[in-house]
Design a protein around this ligand. Structure first.
Ligand code: AMP
Ligand code: ZN
Length: 469
């Protein structure tokens, strides 16, 4: 399995630190609003990486943080007149709902910055002791960027060029810095903001330190894969490396993976530019699996432009797979029982070639575009197996091959069972009887069962009305 490593700018063979295990950290969202579909790209991409690693037999320890203390969260809290924690908890819950809709599995651990302040103070203390950091007169703690000789190795920037042009590096409190390149590890509180006590001042952490600390706590000093969107390469990941490697004295991450942007009209989708659709906006119009399919139809390192046409193409592609799976199930149910014949075994051997193609594509730096093409080839092959006298076991095996590859992509391809009107009405009658008999538990169960299948009930004076949601 080869992974493109941003650090070496090459595809490298993946060799885990510990055989059979993968330690992986993915920088998560800052939670002050509903996530947009640009934020969903790394979630879907790296969830698929994780699923593929598991297909290869690895046990994956997958950590992804929520940044829950930040200027934007505090601003929103002030606008609403609530504590910052109210805002972050609300949007963590909403983000988890969106992840579930998109079939993004929860991480092994989802640490939150505000729960890890002790660890941050400890690491900052170590960096000061090792002279990689220093407190200024007002209690701000800065990282002494020039003291870390490897600074710039991930983003391939030369430290002297940085000093020349990049005014964006000059953060507030600049006058207290020894060097304009130095970045903040800890900053003093401002009026009305959340703060924690520390040896340097009452304040809060800078953004970068949280990932160094949480990665070490949940995965160890050295990890296999660190990932995120490409906007994080500099300065976020560069600063994480400077912090972790200086504090721990070892390589921070062996492979650095970055997804390209999700664009709209060829511009990065972002909250600040205002050119975004939330995941919620999109799910009002499309099946969540269509969004997931769309994201995986491009290689993760290629920019992807959001458009109605591409979503339409994704919907058609998904439908083709779903129809094939449905047909195979129908055939399996109606075919004769019995052992696989020699000819059936041969056909399944040929089907395996497409599975191998899928694996080869994924082994080549997770080329999901080619992997999905291999699924289509398998679907085409299944469709040409005809109506012949095959056994139920044969059809089942073929169906399993398709659905298991889809599952690696996190694509749910089962068609939702739709209730016929007559079935709905029969259930409603049963519910009425249960209520008459004061069996409210059963009545509630039926309401829930209908709800799960997209049927909403309304009790009116004229009786029960229902509609499909
Ligand atoms: P943020 O909440 O901005 O820190 O972003 C959370 C994650 O989403 C990071 O990994 C970002 O790199 C990623 N991200 C943000 N915008 C986009 C976009 N338009 N396309 C792809 N990834 C993005
Ligand atoms: Zn991070």
């Amino acid at each position: 399995m080869k992974i493109y490593n941003t650090m070496s700018r090459k595809k490298e063979e993946f060799v885990p630190i510990e055989p059979g295990k993968v330690r992986m950290y993915v920088c998560g969202p800052t939670v002050y609003n509903l996530i947009h579909i640009g934020n969903a790209r790394p979630m879907i991409v790296f969830d698929t990486v994780r699923r593929y690693m598991e297909r290869k037999g690895y046990e994956v320890n997958y950590v992804s943080n929520f940044t829950d203390v930040d200027d934007k969260i505090i601003k929103k809290a002030t606008e609403e007149g609530v504590d910052a924690g109210v805002i972050s908890e609300r949007y963590i819950a909403e983000c988890k709902k969106d992840m579930a809709s998109l079939n993004v599995r929860p991480a092994t651990t989802h640490p939150q910055a505000t729960q890890e302040i002790d660890g941050m103070e400890e690491m900052i203390g170590t960096l000061i002791r090792k002279r990689y950091a220093y407190p200024a007169a007002d209690g701000t703690v800065y990282y002494r960027t020039r003291s870390f000789s490897g600074y710039g190795k991930l983003s391939h920037k030369n430290i002297d060029e940085l000093e020349g042009g990049k005014r964006s590096l000059l953060v507030s409190g600049q006058d207290q810095k020894e060097d304009p390149l130095d970045f903040v590890l800890w900053k003093p509180k401002k009026e009305g903001e959340p703060f924690w006590k520390s040896p340097w001042c009452d304040g809060r952490p800078g953004w970068h330190i949280e990932c160094s600390v949480m990665s070490r706590k949940y995965l160890g000093d050295e990890i296999d894969i660190h990932a995120g969107g490409e906007d994080l390469i500099f300065p976020h990941h560069e600063n994480e490396i400077a912090q972790s490697e200086a504090a721990n004295g070892t390589t921070f991450a062996r492979y650095w993976m970055h997804n390209a942007f999700l664009n709209i009209d060829n511009h990065k989708m972002s909250k600040s530019a205002g050119n975004f659709f939330t995941v919620r906006d999109i799910l009002e119009k499309y099946d969540p699996m269509v969004l997931r399919f769309f994201m995986l139809s491009a290689h993760y390192r290629s920019p992807l432009n959001f458009s109605a046409e591409l979503m339409e193409a994704a919907a058609n592609g998904l439908e083709r797979i779903r129809t094939a799976v449905e047909n195979l199930r129908f055939k399996a149910e109606n075919a004769r029982e019995g052992e696989l014949s020699g000819q059936e075994r041969e056909l399944l051997e040929r089907a395996k070639e497409f599975e191998d193609k899928f694996d080869q594509a994924m082994d080549d730096d997770f080329n999901t575009a080619d992997a999905i093409a291999a699924i289509f080839e398998l679907v085409k092959f299944a469709n040409t197996c005809g109506e012949a006298e095959h056994t139920s076991a044969f059809w089942k095996e073929l169906e399993k091959k398709i659905t298991s590859l889809c599952d690696v992509c996190g694509l749910i391809v089962e068609k939702k069972e739709e209730l016929l009107d007559a079935d709905v009405e029969a259930l409603i009658r049963e519910r009425q009887e249960a209520r008459k008999a004061k069996n409210f538990t059963r009545a509630d169960e039926i309401r829930q069962e209908l709800f799960d299948k997209g049927i909403v009930l309304e009790d009116t004076r004229e009786g029960v009305k229902w509609k499909r949601a």
